[in-house]
Design a protein around this ligand. Structure first.
Ligand code: 3PY
Ligand code: MG
Length: 247
């Protein structure tokens, strides 16, 4: 379970390169998320990256924790990412409390859930220690649909939810607005405040995909404490431009 509240900054990885994740993980970022929903990661490349990183994927030796965003809120995909050794999952398109319960069921061994046992590489959950597995992982549920927003308090209160993670692009599109308008909205009961309040009340983290470094502090101002500041693709472009600019 996650207990700290200081902002943790991380990045999404879209390019399916284990070596690149290792480099990102040693950059000072606190977490990296392998994105199998929109990025190029798949079952095989996730296994290759987590095999390369081994226990350091949990952040044990000062490297970034490595999480996985599965393609969907799917029992098999969530279990496979955790079996492979991911430190946790950021699950997309959770559309309400029923979906959230299914994610909890897939992520945790009994009694909290009904994850199927078979950790081939998992740093949590040696054969005799399912409690360590249940206690070690991070389970983040993406809030990015009106259905999730409507039930955000119930979702946050579920046992096993460690974080609500806002996907501002899907959320703003589905609400008929834009990411910047969401960030500018300080009206009573605005969407980001509702997620912040639900997280606070449940004592869990509030994560967000800022996409760009300049948006990260704006999410922190709204109460987010787990923020994706960039991606491997954007950082590569930024690094090249910075190198050229310094000539
Ligand atoms: C969103 O903003 O919808 C996301 O899922 C970010 O990856
Ligand atoms: Mg999304």
């Amino acid at each position: 379970m996650v207990t700290a509240t200081a902002p943790e900054y991380g990045a999404f990885s879209f390019i399916d390169s284990p070596a690149l994740v290792e480099t990102l993980g040693r950059s000072g970022l606190e977490w990296v998320c392998l994105d199998a929903q929109h990025g190029r990661w798949d079952d095989r490349s996730i296994l290759a990256a987590l095999d390369l990183l081994g226990p350091s994927a949990t952040g044990r030796d000062g490297a970034a924790r490595v999480l996985v965003r599965p393609r969907a809120a799917d029992f098999g995909l969530i279990g496979r990412a955790l079996d492979a050794g991911a430190a946790g999952v950021i699950v997309p398109m959770v559309d309400g409390v029923e979906d959230a319960r299914r994610v909890i069921g897939a992520s945790y061994y009994p009694p909290l859930g009904h994850r199927s046992f078979g950790p081939i590489r998992s740093p949590f959950g040696a054969a005799d220690d399912v409690a360590a597995a249940n206690g070690g992982i991070v389970v983040a549920l993406m809030i990015e649909t009106p259905g999730a927003l409507a039930e955000v308090d119930e979702i946050a209160a579920l046992d096993g939810v460690d974080m609500l993670f806002v996907g501002p692009f899907d959320l703003s599109a589905s609400l008929g607005t834009t990411v910047d308008a969401l960030l500018d909205d300080d009206s009573e009961g605005n969407p980001l405040s509702r997620v912040a309040a639900a997280s606070r009340a449940a004592g869990i983290r509030f994560g967000a995909f800022a996409g760009r470094p300049d948006r990260a502090p704006r999410f922190v101002d709204h109460g987010a404490d787990f923020v994706s500041v960039s991606s491997d693709l954007d950082l590569l472009g930024l690094g090249a431009a910075t190198a050229l600019g310094s000539l």
